[in-house]
Design a protein around this ligand. Structure first.
Ligand SMILES: [Zn+2]
Length: 157
């Protein structure tokens, strides 16, 4: 990824799961613009293209942000975070479907193991994430195929 200095994007830090990360939120317009510009300048960079999509997503939705992890072997590993009951949680955006009706949609899943890779207490964090209550289908209230702490609200028929 072509971000040499994370401070080109954000200088805001937070401690999430005992790890210091840099975070980009939607109100940080300069960082969002800078990301867009970098993605435009480096069209072949997949991570930047993904980050550009993620930054659009956090601007459209409530309570999402992008965290940048300082992983020794890699330059600034990005990860989506979601503010759940006042606390930032690492999540993976996924598609899920209802096990009862025809609903399909985007969800945020906090149990994806790679989100916690390299953290000191990664297994405990994964167990905690697994214990969070999962949201139900917004259409019929049935179980959905994946663990979700956020579910896309608009349902298109
Ligand atoms: Zn359903």
């Amino acid at each position: 990824m072509i971000i040499n200095e994370i401070t080109e994007i954000t200088d805001k830090t937070e401690e999430i799961d005992g790890e210091k990360v840099y975070i980009l939120e939607k109100h940080m317009k300069t960082g969002v613009e800078r990301l867009k510009e970098l993605a435009r300048m480096n069209k072949d960079d997949d991570v930047l293209a993904m980050l550009n999509r993620d930054s659009k997503f956090i601007c459209e939705k409530q309570n999402f942000a992008i965290a940048f992890r300082d992983i020794k072997a890699l330059p600034w590993l990005p990860c989506m975070i979601y503010k759940y009951e006042g606390q930032w949680r690492r999540v993976q955006l996924e598609y899920a479907n209802c096990l009862k009706c025809d609903w399909k949609g985007r969800i945020a899943n906090p149990t994806e193991p790679s989100l916690y890779g390299g953290l000191k207490n990664e297994f405990e964090l994964m167990r905690q994430a697994a214990r969070l209550p999962s949201l139900k289908c917004p259409k019929c209230g049935g179980e959905i195929s994946r663990k979700a702490i956020w579910i896309e609200d608009e349902v298109k028929d």
